[in-house]
Design a protein around this ligand. Structure first.
Ligand SMILES: [Zn+2]
Ligand SMILES: [Zn+2]
Length: 361
């Protein structure tokens, strides 16, 4: 037995040495050989071809405005069957969708919750990828409360030179002029307690409703229904009764939350450094976002199946801070909780009660 173990250890060591030598002498060739099948797979198919029938949520951005390696600006991708919808386009939105093999060219609609910069700063690149990745002949459709026209017109104007470069360089067949940029589809925000249907057909229904992000108006959350399953996205809000009422019995609630305790530490740091504007901003932001416990209370009162945190502020650069962020949430919500990161993926298979948590990045 001892002899057998000695041979095994020697073999493992030999494989290790040979592997190291192979990488040293043939590294570039191995890299190219590994790249080819990856390219074939990504060119020929997407995540949409491989998912089981159901409603799926992928975080294309789990953070807020602060820089983070694993929590980009707010962005929630929702796959309903084979159809792809995106809610807010924070920075990295298009890049994270690519990383998750969610095809930017097939985004059927972008839905904006409000017009704070961190929720829209990825719009230009998402529209560009929507156009150029598949030679789309129609622009990216952007649903949002009234005011969305101004945002969309601004991005179209900022990207106008880029459009002309690409059309001149690649030709109108590869980059059809009619598909460049985005097109606004505004809706009127209903009063508190009500919802408006933004999109509805045989398979998918998407509603919007007013949330409470005062003094920011308009600000909405969304609900998506498909195959007997439902997901609600809070947008930026305090704990809000309209959201709780609309999300009653939903399978999944994707809720924003800001840790006042951790932002308080940042505010103290700003004060110590004499940075008065940052000190003021750190104080101001604590009164128009929900705390993690308030989001958990909303999930409990709505009776949802699962709570997924996104728009995580601050973005928890040290893993140990996760416990601080989540303090008290288990007592507030009986169901399962997921602390989102870029790539967090939750599947709700059609006509079941199942909730599967995974990661696409
Ligand atoms: Zn925000
Ligand atoms: Zn906001």
């Amino acid at each position: 037995m001892r002899k057998f173990l000695a041979i095994l250890v020697a073999l493992i060591a030999l494989v290790g040495v040979l592997g190291t030598l192979a990488v040293v002498f043939f590294g570039p060739q191995i890299g190219v050989a590994l790249m080819k099948p990856m390219i074939d797979r990504n060119m020929q198919s997407s995540q949409l071809d491989e998912l089981e029938d159901g409603l799926h949520v992928a975080l294309c951005g789990a953070g807020g405005p602060l820089g983070s390696a694993n929590r980009s600006g707010p962005c929630v991708a929702v796959v309903a069957g084979k159809r792809l919808f995106v809610f807010d386009a924070g920075n990295n939105a298009a890049r994270n969708l690519q990383m998750m093999r969610l095809p930017t060219g097939e985004v059927e609609g972008l839905f904006l919750t409000h017009f704070h910069s961190d929720h829209i700063d990825g719009l230009g690149e998402l529209a560009m990828q929507h156009w150029a990745s598949v030679a789309n002949e129609v622009p990216l459709i952007v649903h949002g409360p009234e005011g969305v026209e101004q945002v969309v017109n601004g991005f179209n104007s900022a990207y106008a030179q880029d459009f002309s470069y690409r059309i001149a360089h690649h030709g109108e067949a590869a980059t059809p002029p009619s598909g460049a940029g985005s097109r606004a589809v505004p809706f009127a925000v209903p009063p508190a307690g009500h919802s408006v249907t933004v999109l509805e057909d045989d398979t998918v229904k998407i509603i919007a409703f007013r949330v409470q992000h005062d003094p920011i108006h308009p600000a909405v959350g969304y609900g998506v229904f498909y195959g007997g399953r439902s997901v609600f996205i809070s947008g930026d809000t305090l704990k809000n009764q309209t959201l709780i009422d609309q999300a009653k019995g939903a399978d999944l609630l994707v809720h924003e939350a800001l840790s006042r305790k951790l932002v308080g530490i940042m505010q103290a740091g700003a004060k110590k450094a004499g940075r008065k504007n940052l000190e003021k901003i750190m104080w101001d932001i604590t009164n128009y976002h929900a705390s993690p416990v308030e989001a958990a209370e909303a999930a409990q009162e709505a009776g949802v199946g699962h709570l997924l945190y996104y728009h995580i502020v601050p973005p928890l650069p040290i893993g140990l801070l996760e416990q601080v962020y989540l303090e008290g949430t288990d007592d507030a919500f009986e169901g399962d909780i997921t602390l989102g990161e870029d790539g967090t993926f939750i599947s709700l298979p059609t006509d079941s009660k199942e909730i599967k948590v995974d990661a696409l990045m």
